[in-house]
Design a protein around this ligand. Sequence first.
Ligand code: HEC
Length: 174
Amino acid sequence: MIRHIIAAIATLLAIWAMVFMYRLDREANRFGEIQKLLERTKMEVKVEKHPKVSSLTPSETNAVKPQSKKEDEAAKKLKALQERAGNLMAFKVSPLYKQKCSSCHGVNGEGIIGPKLIGKSSDFILKALEDFKSGKRKNYVMYGLLSKMDEGQLKALAEEIGTFQQKLEASQKQ
Ligand code: HEC
């Protein structure tokens, strides 16, 4: 008799545990979905904000949220590095690259804040640029930049960056 009671209790416990796990699972799923939702809204907000931030005056920028403080620091670092990098140029680059890309990727693609680009193939660069632009690869900086460029410019840049390694080697032989 006692054995039966114990068996019954064990079964009940097992069922209860199952229900509990199921609930927990659902809860976790819901939590995950909320997080995803938040992520998405955050992304939209940032993406929208990006072009505006650059057109604001510094005092307005400071008012825009904690994130802009980081951007301020990044901008300062950028300037310092830019000045330093200006002296290291080994070969000439197009005005488009110089204006739009060199501040983060270096005058010759050696990489500063953005990764090193020199030595990477045109195909790789083009794919990366297209993915940033389409949002397939997420990066707000690159996205904001590329959203104002057309396919022709992306191709030209990819083409050019693909020749950096060669140009560097040529300049070192001189
Ligand atoms: C304000 C800084 C900044 C500027 C300006 C900038 N980039 Fe970037 N770029 C980055 C950062 C940061 C990453 C790394 C993003 C990542 O991997 O998610 C990146 C990544 C890349 C990559 C991918 C490299 C890899 O190894 O995967 C390519 C290609 C690239 N940038 C090209 C360009 C080109 C071309 C321009 C000019 C039109 C440009 N970038 C301008 C910051 C910048």
